[in-house]
Design a protein around this ligand. Structure first.
Ligand code: HXC
Length: 517
């Protein structure tokens, strides 16, 4: 008996050693030469020291098709759970050194097991992707295996945070799993995502294009909007995932952890009284306000390289995580366009799903005009943002800093779509449109008849500004709950969040709404 035990223990050692060796030193060296870490090295950096507990280290593929599957340690993926700053997360890390990290039945079953456990336990799932895609030798079984993952992605959506790091190739239909998760991180130069690669592009549309040009990190961060974060290497990427997790609750039944950054809630900032320039056509940087009000001036901006006319990100106020959505007057005057609407809508929906209160800072001259935007679907995309804010039941607060014109005023979390508390700075201009456009429409005849039309236009614009373009008209109507001194913004927001904390959202009894996708 003792002898049998002993040999089994020896065998276990051997099997584990084999798993730890991955695809062998030669392939590991190639991985390193390409500036990539191995699947295990990545997990080591992602998780708290010594916290990783592996599941299915001994699992192999089904052993059919070309080659011997028993010789593929872990079937090309390492799965398990560990901690990030003491909080449990589930992980999978594809091992490119083993059959190119390709995904077959066994590989998928391992991923599905940790996805199921993550959802049952109520902890985030983090996937580190580095894979040649469907394992060719497994044929349709490999495709079925992807389907199982997609199914779980959808059912975990809005239940647990799902995070994907693309740290190597991610091609073909495989891209649809990460793209359905909440946040996609990419590593510059070493990660690529595309539905069809450069060879297919060449064959079908006779165009030469590199992997980097087609689906590199920079492309997805700035053009397609697929990636929310890009980092120059694996180490910085994994560190950023840890940072993101710190802002998030573990699941949709919990609130995000409170973290006291030792920043007094009542802190005021006199410089904010001078932020908005006297000339309404002059821009300024909304980041000044953002970094001034947030605890410890810490802000994790989401999609910083995409649709810069709107800023989305996570920060803390009074220790509590908030989702911040702000127009950026320094880019396209802060106008809402297709990309900005899509970016902010998705972010708002994430925050609402995970009990993260929304703070909206408004300086918006309207929707971006022109055929490019109209034909690109500004009606559809703008509606997404309107829908997202309107359906959100988390505490919602808005501060109108300067312009809030027309439909964009209503869309940007206004009182009229049931935002909880709406503040305005004294510099706010709440109106149907800007002074010039409005005067040209309503006083056109008078201006045309005047001896000096330009002087008449200016006179009418002045009168329009005085009558309409201030926050006091809206405050008198109760659409603005208070006009606040800019310097006190942080304190007012924190006090408002405190009293909204016990807000009980009413949800309509329905399967789900039909957001214009
Ligand atoms: C089986 C694969 C594989 C795959 C790579 N390998 N991809 N094995 N199935 N899909 C193996 C290689 O045979 C090789 O094995 C090892 O992994 C490393 O691959 P290399 O080609 O040497 O690496 P590299 O030069 O870096 O090229 C990486 C690559 C290339 C660009 C990913 O391997 C490649 O083009 N692979 C095929 C990609 C692909 O077409 N996948 C299917 C996409 S469609 P050895 O033993 O030599 O080390 C898809 C559908 C999903 O995924 C559908 C979901 C619904």
């Amino acid at each position: 008996m003792v002898e049998i035990m002993h040999s089994n223990i020896l065998e276990l050692h051997e099997l584990r050693e084999n798993a730890f060796a991955g695809g062998g030193t030669k392939r590991i060296d190639i991985q390193h030469q390409r500036g990539k870490l191995t699947a295990r090295e990545r997990l080591h950096l992602l998780l708290d020291e010594g916290s990783f507990e592996e599941i299915d280290i001994l699992k192999v593929g089904r052993g059919e098709g070309v080659g011997s599957y028993e010789s593929h340690p872990g079937d090309g993926v390492i799965t398990g759970h560990g901690k990030i700053n003491g909080r449990e997360v589930f992980v999978f890390s594809q091992d490119f050194t083993v059959v190119g990290g390709s995904l077959g039945e066994g590989h998928s079953q391992k991923i599905c097991k940790v996805m199921d456990l993550a959802q049952q336990v109520g902890s985030p799932i983090i996937g580190l992707n580095d894979s040649g895609g469907a394992r060719i030798q497994e044929g349709v079984d490999a495709l079925a295996a992807y389907g199982e993952i997609f199914h779980r992605n959808v059912h975990a959506s809005g239940v647990i945070p799902q995070i994907s790091c693309i740290m190597g190739p991610c091609a073909g239909g495989a891209v649809y799993s990460p793209s359905m998760t909440d946040f996609v991180f990419m590593v510059d130069q070493t990660s690529h995502m595309f539905v069809t690669g450069p060879n297919v592009v060449k064959t079908v549309i006779h165009k030469d294009i590199t992997s980097e040009e087609l689906g590199g990190a920079e492309v997805h961060a700035s053009k397609s909007g697929v990636a929310q974060f890009v980092y120059p290497n694996d180490i910085l990427c994994l560190r950023a995932v840890r940072q993101l997790i710190n802002y998030l609750p573990s699941n949709n039944k919990q609130k995000a952890p409170i973290l006291d950054l030792n920043d007094p809630p009542e802190r005021t900032d006199l410089t904010l009284d001078y932020l908005v320039p006297p000339n309404p056509n002059q821009s300024y940087d909304m980041n000044v306000l953002i970094y001034s009000i947030l605890d410890g001036a810490e802000f994790l901006e989401v999609q910083p390289h995409f649709a810069g006319n709107i800023i989305c990100g996570l920060g803390r106020l009074g220790g509590q995580t908030i989702g911040l959505v702000a127009n950026q007057p320094a880019v396209l005057a802060g106008a809402l366009d297709n990309n900005a609407s899509f970016k902010a809508a998705r972010f708002v929906r994430f925050c609402d799903a995970f009990n993260i209160p929304l703070v909206c800072l408004v300086d918006v001259p309207g929707f971006m005009p022109g055929p490019e935007q109209e034909h690109g679907g500004i009606i559809r995309h703008g509606a997404k943002l309107l829908y997202a804010f309107t359906e959100a039941t988390v505490p919602r607060i808005t501060v109108i800093v300067r312009k809030a014109y027309g439909g964009a005023y209503v869309v940007m979390n206004s009182k009229h779509i049931h935002c909880d508390i709406n503040y305005a700075w004294p510099t706010a201009e709440i109106a149907v449109m800007g002074a010039r456009g409005a005067s040209e429409v309503i006083y056109r005849r008078e201006i045309d008849k005047a001896d000096d039309p330009e002087a008449k236009l200016n006179e009418k614009m002045d009168s329009y500004r005085t009558r309409f373009m201030n926050p006091f008209v809206a405050a008198k109507r109760g659409y603005i709950d208070d006009v606040i001194f800019p310097r006190t913004t942080r304190h007012r927001l924190i006090r408002t969040l405190q009293f909204l904390e016990s807000k009980k959202p009413g949800r309509p009894d329905r399967k789900h709404g039909n957001i214009p996708l």
